[in-house]
Design a protein around this ligand. Structure first.
Ligand SMILES: *Cc1c(COP(=O)(O)O)cnc(C)c1O
Length: 393
């Protein structure tokens, strides 16, 4: 499938399985186990379970399967495995595919927990990691070797919104026989281009735009049937990272409105970026597809919009930042993003506090950097809130 799979119809109807009652809204099967008519039927199901047959909710559940089919089909992939959180998905995919001695190349600008899994956990088991500047195509070309097993990256990095030339990286990796795993949280499922660019697996923290309303933790790994129902399912089902059926049900309902929500938030994010560019107290504004972003041409060549998050850098560092955050009346101070409520974050003192200073400097996480996740409030209210708070900076 291509881009055409990404339709609102797929988000509303994809993957639906109706029970004998013919319910309109997807049923939540809040059950750990399943009953077999006979001992022979139990044996047969353990030998090979059919499409509509389940064994244990850690392995699979009808509601979870509906969610897996809906999101993976929407993104253009053959299959998906749903996990308890975005990190359960990242860890599950990496652990399922790697062994001691393997070589991995990854972009350096990563979500903190991803960096921990790659460097600390996989390093402890003898996996070699090479970190590169993800925006530098030549650095990828130099780092990916004949024996590289896997390439990992965030398509748009958190929090600095660096954009990676995904087609280029996929081409280089595939020429060397390496798999490409894309952590696609920032790009959003609606504007995700990982599948079109050739990523073998797209991993999404469904906590972000799929839930979109600050309730559920979840994650999903989407890819070919061979990878997803092969090594990935085997690893995750035996190690306990499965998604809760109630989360899957909530996600199914949230997918129905995701396109509307995310497009509205992305439109608003562009307008907020526009309103902040040139503000006398701001040194730089970044939103991937806004002209003020140094990689906007690349971002626009890959996607219609750059997600729902923007960043801006206040002149004068931490003091003015805190004063501005404390003066916000609509947006809340928190550390998640992709919520219906606008969220302001100061990464240097919260999400990225523990990074050594030299790493913060290298990644551009300065004392003046604010990450702003644009919610579903009226955009005029969001802009007025920010401009008012900036007066206090
Ligand atoms: C949030 C996030 C994760 C982790 O997701 P959880 O659902 O919080 O476990 C991983 N990668 C990126 C890029 C994220 O933004």
């Amino acid at each position: 499938m291509t881009k055409t799979s990404k339709t609102r119809t797929a988000l509303v109807h994809g993957g639906s399985r109706r029970s004998q009652y013919g319910e309109v809204s997807e049923a939540v099967f809040l059950t750990q186990g399943f009953v077999y008519e006979t001992a022979e039927a139990a044996e047969a199901r353990f030998i090979k379970a059919g499409e509509d047959e389940f064994i244990y909710a850690r392995y699979g559940n009808p509601t979870v399967r509906m969610f897996e089919d809906r999101i993976s089909g929407y993104l253009g992939y053959e299959d998906g495995f749903a996990c308890a959180s975005g990190m359960a998905a990242v860890n599950g995919a990496l652990m399922a595919l790697l062994k001691a001695g393997d070589h991995v190349v990854s972009s350096r600008a990563l979500f903190g927990s991803c960096l921990y899994v790659l460097e600390d956990i996989l390093g402890r088991f003898g996996v070699q990691i090479t970190l590169v500047d993800g925006t530098d195509n030549a650095a990828w070309d130099a780092a990916i070797r004949d024996d590289t097993r896997l390439v990992f990256l965030e398509s748009i990095s958190n929090p600095t919104l660096e954009v990676i030339d995904l087609k280029h990286v996929c081409k280089t990796a595939h020429a060397k026989g390496a798999l490409v795993l894309v952590d696609d949280a920032m790009a959003t499922p609606v504007f995700s281009y990982a599948h079109e660019c050739g990523a073998d697996l797209t991993i999404i923290s469904t906590t972000k735009h799929i839930d979109g309303q600050g309730r559920m933790l979840g994650g999903v790994i989407c890819g070919s049937k061979e990878l997803v129902r092969g090594p990935i399912e085997t690893y995750v089902k035996h190690t306990g990272g499965a998604m809760n059926p109630f989360t899957a049900w909530s996600h199914l309902k949230a997918l129905e409105t995701m396109d509307l929500r995310v497009r509205a938030q992305a439109d608003a994010a562009l307008k907020v970026a526009d309103a902040l560019v040139g503000h006398p107290k701001i040194a730089a504004v970044r939103y991937p597809t806004h002209a003020a972003h140094p990689q906007s041409a690349l971002a626009l060549s890959q996607a219609e919009a750059g997600g729902t998050v923007l960043t801006f850098e206040l002149k004068g560092g931490r003091g003015p930042c805190f004063a501005m955050l404390n003066a916000l009346e609509v947006a809340i101070i928190s550390n998640n993003f992709a919520d219906s409520k606008s969220i302001a974050t100061h990464p240097a003192t919260t999400t990225h506090q523990r990074l050594p200073q030299e790493q913060k400097d290298m990644l551009g996480i300065s004392e003046g950097l604010v990450r702003f996740s644009v919610g579903l409030e009226d955009v005029d209210d969001i802009i007025a809130d920010l401009l008012g708070a900036l007066e206090q900076a």
